[in-house]
Design a protein around this ligand. Structure first.
Ligand code: ATP
Ligand code: MG
Length: 265
C-alpha cells in the first residue's frame, strides 16, 4: 500500500478518524479506516461505486454512526449524534442524496435548521438578520453562476442541477472549518461544474478544508491537494495530487498493482 503522504508533524489535523468500521448486514461497507484532513487542504476521496465513500463521509458528518472508530476535530474527540452536532463543530456537508426540501423556496432551504441561530431576543434584530441572510443567500448563489431566477422560487420547481447548486451554496455559506461534498457536480453542466470547482478553490483560499468525493478525475486533479482512495471499504492509499497521475489513481481504485512503476502496494 502507498503510504499516506507525510504532512509536517507539528500540524494537527483539523479532522482525524481512526479505525472507522461499518457493516450493513453481510456487507462490510468500511473496515477500519484511518483518515486525516489538514487545515486549508482540499482532499479528494475516490473509489468505485460501492467503495464506501458516502458511508464514510456520512460518518464524518454525523448522519450515521460507525460500528467502531473515533473522530477528532482539531485534536479533540467528538461524538456526533446527528448532522447538527457536526455543523456545530464547523462541518458542513452536501450529501449525495440532496437534503433539500422541495416545498420550500431557495432561501428557506438556505436557512433550514438555522432559525434558532439568529441572535437577539428582539424581533427587529431577527428581521435584520433575516435580511442579511437573504442577501448572503443571493450572493452565494450568484457566485455559483447557476442562474436561479429567484431565491423565492420553490426548490421543487428547480432543475436537478439548480437544486444541487443550492445545496452546494448552502454548505459553503455556512461552513466554518470543513466542507464535505459528495459528488457535488454529478448533475451539473460543464459551466456549472467549473463554477463549483472555482468555488472549492475560493473556499480553500479562505482557509476552510474541503473533502470532495467525485468520479470526475480531471476535476479531482484540478482542485485537490491529496487523493484518498477507497476500495471495497478499505483504504487503498493516499497520494499527493502533484506527485501522481490518473493512471496511478485508477490503479489504486481498481486494485491493479503498481509494481511495473517501481512502486509497491
Ligand atoms: N443503508 C444501507 N443499507 C445497506 N447497505 C448499505 C447502506 N448504505 C450503503 N450500503 C452498502 O455499503 C456499500 C458502500 O456504499 P456507499 O454508498 O458508501 O458507496 P459509494 O462509494 O458512495 O458509492 P457511489 O460511488 O456509487 O456513490 C455498498 O455496498 C452499499 O450497497
Ligand atoms: Mg456515494
Amino acid at each position: 500500500m502507498i503510504d499516506t503522504v507525510a504532512m509536517p508533524a507539528a500540524r494537527t489535523p483539523i479532522l482525524r478518524a481512526t479505525g472507522i468500521s461499518k457493516v450493513y448486514g453481510a456487507v462490510r461497507a468500511l473496515g477500519g479506516i484511518d483518515f486525516d484532513l489538514y487545515p486549508g487542504e482540499v482532499l479528494g476521496i475516490v473509489g468505485d461505486n460501492g467503495a464506501g465513500k458516502s458511508t464514510f463521509i456520512k460518518i464524518l458528518s454525523g448522519a450515521i454512526a460507525p460500528d467502531s472508530g473515533a473522530i477528532e476535530v482539531e485534536g479533540a474527540p467528538v461524538h456526533f449524534r446527528g448532522p447538527l452536532d457536526a455543523r456545530r463543530a464547523g462541518i458542513e456537508t452536501v450529501f449525495q442524496e440532496l437534503a433539500v426540501v422541495p416545498l420550500m423556496d431557495v432561501e428557506e432551504n438556505f436557512f433550514l435548521g438555522r432559525e434558532l441561530c439568529s441572535p437577539g431576543p428582539l424581533g427587529w434584530l431577527k428581521l435584520l438578520t433575516k435580511k442579511k441572510m437573504r442577501t448572503q443567500a443571493a450572493d452565494e448563489i450568484a457566485e455559483l453562476r447557476v442562474g436561479i431566477p429567484s431565491v423565492r422560487q420553490r426548490v421543487g420547481t428547480l432543475s436537478g442541477g439548480q437544486r444541487q447548486s443550492v445545496a452546494v451554496a448552502r454548505a459553503v455559506a455556512w461552513s466554518r472549518k470543513i466542507v464535505i461534498m459528495d459528488e457535488p457536480t454529478a448533475a451539473l453542466g460543464v459551466k456549472e461544474s467549473r463554477g463549483v470547482q472555482e468555488l472549492i478553490k475560493r473556499v480553500r483560499d479562505r482557509g476552510t478544508a474541503v473533502i470532495l468525493i467525485s468520479h470526475n478525475m480531471p476535476q479531482v486533479f484540478d482542485v485537490t491537494d491529496r487523493i484518498f482512495v477507497l476500495r471495497h471499504g478499505t483504504h487503498a492509499g493516499t497520494v499527493k495530487t502533484l506527485d501522481t497521475d490518473m493512471e496511478q489513481v485508477i490503479k489504486l481504485i481498481t486494485g491493479a498493482t503498481l509494481h511495473e512503476h517501481g512502486r509497491s502496494e
